[in-house]
Design a protein around this ligand. Structure first.
Ligand code: FE2
Ligand code: FE2
Length: 229
């Protein structure tokens, strides 16, 4: 997760003034130095066991998640074409997520895993329900949700690696670094549009819902599901 700790992003937005004689302004990387600092609970060990027992389902749903990550990035580009840095970062991110999808798809083909439909997970929908409808709050919340999905994916890859065969473990180790970088990309963008106090408050609020979704027992397995009910 080396990419998570070196961005040095200021938590202040571009227009904010340094308070006279005030305490040193915290940076996002000081407050959320790593994925582990950002997410509020770790993945339950029972989910990891569930995933290891359902590797075909794991890969099918992981592929879905990569497609959705690319699609979300494209949606932001369509919705906010006037925000240059967002458009550039999201364009690169969408291409990278589609490459991840192609890698997952190749593994599925190599392993001859028959298609398995993964029931719609409540995770992304639950997080989206936190997003406020007015701008610029909507954009800020969407970026925080993006950061949480990337951070959780990174944490889940790390939790799975010790339990997987060499090929899948190597692949997931590589993805951990990409998703940690994406987590920081979303945070850096959020810091461009949100005053620092609002950003931290919203990160903590959305983080509470994220933790609830990850900890709540689930009827069916998914990449972002809770542990088995
Ligand atoms: Fe990805
Ligand atoms: Fe990602």
């Amino acid at each position: 997760m080396s990419g998570a700790s070196d961005a040095g992003i200021s938590i202040r937005n571009a227009d904010a003034q340094e308070p006279n004689g005030g305490a040193k302004t915290p940076t996002l990387t000081e407050r959320f130095a790593s994925v582990a600092d950002f997410i509020q609970i770790p993945t339950p060990p029972a989910w990891v066991e569930w995933a290891v027992q359902n590797q075909s389902m794991l890969l099918w749903d992981h592929g879905n998640c990569e497609k959705k990550a690319a699609s979300s990035a494209l949606s932001l580009m369509f919705r906010y074409p006037e925000h240059n840095s967002l458009v550039h970062r999201m364009s690169r991110l969408a291409r990278e997520e589609l490459r991840h999808f192609e890698q997952v798809q190749k593994l599925i083909e190599q392993r001859a895993y028959a298609y398995e439909m993964v029931p719609a997970a409540r995770y992304a929908g639950g997080l989206r329900s936190c997003v406020r409808s007015q701008e610029p709050q909507r954009l800020i919340d969407m970026l925080i949700v993006g950061a949480y999905i990337e951070a959780r994916s990174c944490e889940r890859f790390a939790a799975l690696v010790p339990h997987l065969d060499d090929v899948l473990a190597k692949f997931y180790r590589g993805l951990m670094e990409s998703e940690a970088r994406h987590f920081q990309d979303y945070l850096a963008l959020a810091a461009e549009y949100a005053p620092p106090e609002e950003l931290i408050t919203r990160i903590e609020e959305i983080g509470r819902e994220e933790a609830r979704l990850i900890g709540a027992p689930a009827e069916s397995f998914a990449f972002h599901s809770g542990p088995p009910a």
